[in-house]
Design a protein. Sequence first.
Length: 456
Amino acid sequence: MRLFLLSLILFTSTADAFAIQQAGPARTDDRWHLGYDLFQMLLEEQGLTSEQSWDVALSSPSESVVVVCGDLRQIHSREWLRARRFVAQGGALLVASEARFEFPGVCSFFQGAAVAGDSRDRYQSFADCIRIRSLKSDDKLVKGVREIVVNRTGWLSKPMDDSLDWQVIASMPATTLPRASRNQPLILAGRDTGPQVGLMILVADESLFTNGMLWHGDNAIFAIQVSDLLCSERRRQLLFVRDGNPLPGYHESSVMQPPEPKEAALPTPPPNFEPPEPDFETKLRVANAVINEVQESNLVNEVLRDRPRRMSPHSYVRTVLLILLLLATLFVLWRLMQKRLNLPAVPRPRFLQSVFGVMSARQIASSEFGSAIVVLARDLCIELTGSRTETDWIRCLSESPAAPEKKLSRTQRSDLTEILGIALRGATIHLSRGRFQALGRAIKEIRDLHHASPIV
């Protein structure tokens, strides 16, 4: 199956490159090389259907594959928290970007472009195209992969999330610049150790899965094995997001459609093609050909034919003086406009806000209370149980005959139950300032009581 998909990639790449060259300036090579059509094809040919809604894909984790690339800042931080819960509930997530970004609670993306300090790590003598050979060979993601070629890549930090089993699949060479990138993770894979088969793959080079980069190194083999792992467990839908916008399926992509018939064009040279320097005899022949062409075309006479005719010398002088006078007038006007005028400052217009805007601002403020209480509730559960796993919170803090809430009052037990629910589900409703303050006081009281005498 993998050999078939690899052959399909190379065949489609060759066919599409030829079609793009025949399609004229509207379909450029750059547009095709920077697209993700081939990687989408790998995913959709394994039974996934294209989905356009973030909410629909995240609502069914065990059946969904989510791929996010490009500018990750276009997605709100609350949605990234939902993506973490999506993986914890069995979803498959691939995130690829070479821009600076902070994945909340997981890791940091550092912006490229890193360059290879050692010439042996340079691909085709390009400093910012690096051969990655430091691979975790026993992981099935890079089985049979000798090297991965990246282009203007960034790098990742060590993962902060301990709810997944993290593996460093690929690392930067020890001689890259800047120094902060040396030996840092380039590709991370986090797998759920629980019964739910969640998967998260983080890549610091978004161009690794583009059509143009699949040609180089063993990138095609790596892309196939990534698609196999993402599509396991009988998943059926795919959400592919680039720069915050869902992409259509590869069947609907305009780049993958056959071009309209046009006149045959000259073959396009390969990328980074530099023509050889012509020798002296070639330059001399070209110069002679240009001179002969000028002589045969009678270019000098064609130019002189349109000179001003039947104009007396006096009229010619008057015309020149008039032009000079106009230029002098324009210069004086320009100098006058450069002078600053002592005019009173224009009053700044006052911005009037509609009732809808005021209510929307209040709703946004309320929703931020909801995000804050989620963070406080999860921190309290971690402090009380000493674990970051949600199943441990449920086992230690839910009501049972030997539950620790016996040390709490009835009001505190009720508050602890609500705080546990917020930590597990997240605050999806607008939270008022008064309710936020009440829950904050309850969290402080429970934390103080736990410090005085542990309740778990």
